[in-house]
Design a protein around this ligand. Sequence first.
Ligand SMILES: *Cc1c(COP(=O)(O)O)cnc(C)c1O
Length: 415
Amino acid sequence: MYNIPVILPFFDQDEADEVSKVLASGWVAQGGKVAEFEKMVAAYEHVAHGVAATSCTTALHLALIAMGVNESHDCIVPSFTFTATPNSVLYTGATPIFCDVTADTYNLDPDCVERIIRERYDDRLINRQTGKQLKAIIAVNLFGLCADLPRINAIAKQYGLSVLQDSACAFGAKINGTMEADFGNMTCLSFHPRKSITTGEGGMVLTNDAAQAAYMRTLRSHGATVSEIDRHKKAGYLMPDFNELGYNYRMTDIQAAVGIAQMRKMDFITDTRRNKAALYDKCIQEMGIDFLKPPHVPEGYYHTYQSYVCVLDMERLGFRPGEMDEIEKASNLRNEIMSKLDNLGIATRVGTHATHLLGHYRDRYGFAPDAFPASYMLDSLSITLPLYVQMTEQDQIQVLQSLLEIKNELVGRYA
Ligand SMILES: *Cc1c(COP(=O)(O)O)cnc(C)c1O
């Protein structure tokens, strides 16, 4: 029996020391430590401003409001993503317009984006069916790999759309040396323990626009015109004015203290994850695990491997690719492989969801599974292998060895 989780956060004494200092100071709500953490993250991503929030979900909500998205708008989102992406659009009253991904990168398919814009919108970008106006594209940089940001930005420019990056999984990712947040769009990060560095819960919006950053700082704190820390520096008994419907999306200084310590390890964590991903790549090939397609990295892309997500190769497993009932059979095989790994103490997960098929969205919009075929296929056939800093080479080989044995035992019963 092994004990190999999918991910483990990487902490040492530094996090405990930073938190102790905050506790001793008596200021535990949002204050100087959050400001310090924001500066560190923004500098790392070569962006002027970081606006911390309680999660990536609330960061996405703040960013969409700052972009002016409201109930009169549509936003394009990939159909293969975590449910928080389209949820954040619904919070504003806008409608998420699902768009399929490419099967090899798992990210938004720019051809599909162009087709949707041409087919569903008139030349003022009004949705011919609903009368809503297309306002933005949310590009999700899934699992540590950037979407095709150059092409998505070009499409947005051509049509006058805004781009928001959901980079919950891709802090530190690059294309040809350019950091993901440096592509000029507002970018949201997550510091949930499943992501590269963690503050327990937490998120941040990155932007070069000072006015937008200031607006989001107001919105995250009930719409207050003066931040709590500034209020306590001067006449603290005076309450500020509240001119906006705001929220309480404030990160605490306790969380930021953990984040500051994590930032000092950011390069080490990313390098280690990348080395372990390379070891998986190499062993999958050397051990002849040809039924598993490892993550694809396009030329010039720097993958940070928040998750190491593989896809079952249907053909190699004796299924007919592309046929719905065959995908379902292969998916059952995938699930049984995951269950047997779990029995051995090796945790795996599906990549992420075909969001259009989650109950809430299925009920709301009535999508069929094959409305977005690549998303459906990836939802059915993806498998995330364990990957974390503390994982040993022996652990990784154990995962692959067990996978191989379980597949050999099961495959005859399915194909
Ligand atoms: C994890 C995740 C989120 C949500 O992040 P939280 O910080 O947990 O709110 C949003 N989008 C994607 C793509 C994610 O993977």
